[in-house]
Design a protein around this ligand. Sequence first.
Ligand code: EPZ
Length: 434
Amino acid sequence: MDKFIIRGGNPLQGTIRVSGAKNSALPCMAAAILTEDEIILENIPDVRDIETERKLLASMGAEVDLGYGRAHHRTRIRCASLSDPVARYEIVKTMRASSLVLGPLLARTGMARVAMPGGCAIGGRPIDLHIKGLQAMGAEITQDHGYLEARAQRLKGARIVFDKITVTGTEDLLMAATLAEGETLMENCAREPEVSDLAALLVAMGAKIEGAGTSTIRIHGVERLHGARHRIYPDRIEAGTFLVAGAISGGDLTVAGCNPAHLSALICKLDEAGARCEIAADSIRVRCGGSLRAADISTEEYPGFPTDMQAQYMALATQADGVSQITENIFENRFMHVQELARMGANIRVDGRTATVRGKTPLSSAAVMASDLRASASLVLAALVADGETIVDRVYHIDRGYERIEEKLRGVGAQIRRIGNVFPQKQAVEPITA
Ligand code: EPZ
């Protein structure tokens, strides 16, 4: 298993470029199921979850060519014949977003057999709202041996009000509704930019959708959808992670190729904490010469403070003077990074859904373990400012959603390198050359 070796202390300087959004690319790849024509997606991130989705689609009979333009981050997908509309547990257990194929498979083929995703490090991750919505559209859904089996002659438009705001639930049902008979009205929808990104692709494929990006989405079903070419939005969470990297290291960092409008909550919070952000059309420059101030956050659905930035912000809060209250409202177990940060010297106390961070505490290097995608990012950020060399283990978690993060960070002055297959006796690490 690969590890990162990171020597702290270098302020990050220069320009770091953002890749395409993993959480847009995954539903957009699933949308290719809705047509037998070719779909071309631009700005696809070269991350592990995309490879997992490729395997999933290919296992069902789709032709997926990530290599079609790897240098240009382009992929070509054609689901002309879906010979085996089954999402197997071996794949689904590694990526719960596989449930995104449920709605499209049902809409396109009339049946779907999808392994129940199961939980993950951050929570139970149920998909009951996906199921409830599809049943409202006429699907017959049974569960056995850990699989969901869904059948529908043709889905029918329905009125759906989500009990809770769910991003992939909104996306799954949005895709299903595009081929349903009649009109579907969905309320209490997720407003994340990735929903709007998916809707833009679906409209380019011939879908009739109004209101994507708002709480109420109206879809008029059509008989079939056709091929399209679509460019994926930039990854707002990767961009936010890099902004925190610039702030925590006391640097002067420009995050390029992002959409600042997708990052308002984080930008305001960084300004409140004393890290100045200068906004341009498709970049944000963060400078943090002086000390940081404590500031509270409470994670909310978009456009509130994103849960996917909570762990990264917590690393920053350890370097802020004062007490920061961090409340996680979206997932029930998203404080896995706390123990690891504490092992580096952070002063954090968890009480239910709130973590109280007392800063500023000097962080010292340690051997730490990544547990999930964003917790891993938090440990890398802490290591950028820790005294000495930190070893971050199990970096496959970070590779799921960040494209060669160590190369990008090294390009702006971080002392970070990846080592693989290190045996215990070889643990001794040579000093990092900058
Ligand atoms: C998406 O997950 C993202 N993943 C997550 O990003 C992100 O953290 C999350 O939205 C919240 O923004 C992708 O887009 C692939 P939810 P999703 O359904 O859709 C409950 C990352 O780090 N819920 O919006 O699975 C659920 O338990 C990942 O990139 C139900 O109860 O999240 C949670 O408490 C992690 N029943 C809340 O809703 C359901 O049927 C929000 O979950 C569905 C969800």
